[in-house]
Design a protein around this ligand. Structure first.
Ligand code: BTN
Length: 226
């Protein structure tokens, strides 16, 4: 049985810890009604970590945690921004690869899995799952922080930034998000046609343009021409 312990509050968030669990996202998706808004579940080990599009998220003793929200936020924008800002405090210069991977030295450092639960058409919960590599993952060309950083210290910094951003107007931080993005103004191939990425809207969707046709896309089936 999962032995989940309450550790402490971080600002208006509640931090829980578990030694080993299948997936922190799956757990919070199934148990959101038993935990308050703004709960964070940190796992030392995930045995069945999940990535986007049914991919597996393999982690050894990396940073793996999920945040439960019962209210709505621009998580697609705020989650990667909070990670970039927090990592800057440890001296890392990271970039956001749309939609929400974090890259360090052109290699994937962190992934985010955002999942929502609905009851009919009512939004009940959103779970923002974050995995950050501590060590390199050669088999998937992933990079790690390779620095001795305490997980609670890292989460506290991310949560501090999250808290600032959820209380800010989208228009006040979107330009900062764009400055971290490595796709803006890049040429991309989408459905066999070439486009330029013009921006990102408040839902985290990509605005692309060619020959005066402007489109908004929410899927990540694009190829970036670097
Ligand atoms: C991706 O890049 O595809 C997203 C990876 C998300 C991994 C995190 S680790 C914590 C949380 N629990 C999971 O099972 N997945 C997310």
């Amino acid at each position: 049985m999962d032995d989940i312990k309450y550790l402490k509050d971080i600002e208006s968030f509640h931090l829980y810890y578990v030694e080993s669990i299948g997936s922190t996202n799956t757990f919070l998706k199934e148990n959101f009604s038993k935990y308050p808004n703004n709960s964070i579940l940190l796992a030392k080990e995930q045995t069945n970590g999940r990535g986007r599009y049914t991919r597996i998220w393999k982690s050894d003793e990396d940073y793996t945690f999920s945040i439960l929200f019962k209210d709505l936020h621009h998580n697609e924008i705020i989650a990667p921004m909070s990670i970039v800002r927090a990592l800057k405090e440890y001296g890392f210069d990271t970039k956001i690869k749309w939609p929400n991977d974090i890259y360090l030295n052109n290699k994937k450092l962190s992934g985010i899995l955002i999942e929502s639960v609905y009851g009919g058409i009512s939004h009940l919960a959103t779970i923002v799952g974050i995995g950050i590599n501590k060590t390199d993952k050669e088999e998937v060309l992933g990079i790690g922080l390779n620095k001795d950083i305490d997980s609670i210290d890292l989460i506290s910094k991310i949560i501090h930034e999250y808290n600032l951003l959820i209380n800010e107007d989208f228009n006040n931080y979107i330009n900062e998000y764009i400055s971290y993005s490595n796709v803006i103004n890049k040429k991309i191939i989408y459905q066999n046609e070439e486009y330029i990425v013009k921006g990102i809207n408040e839902f985290g969707h990509l605005i692309i343009e060619n020959d005066n046709i402007s489109k908004t896309i929410s899927s990540d089936e694009i190829n970036i021409k670097y």
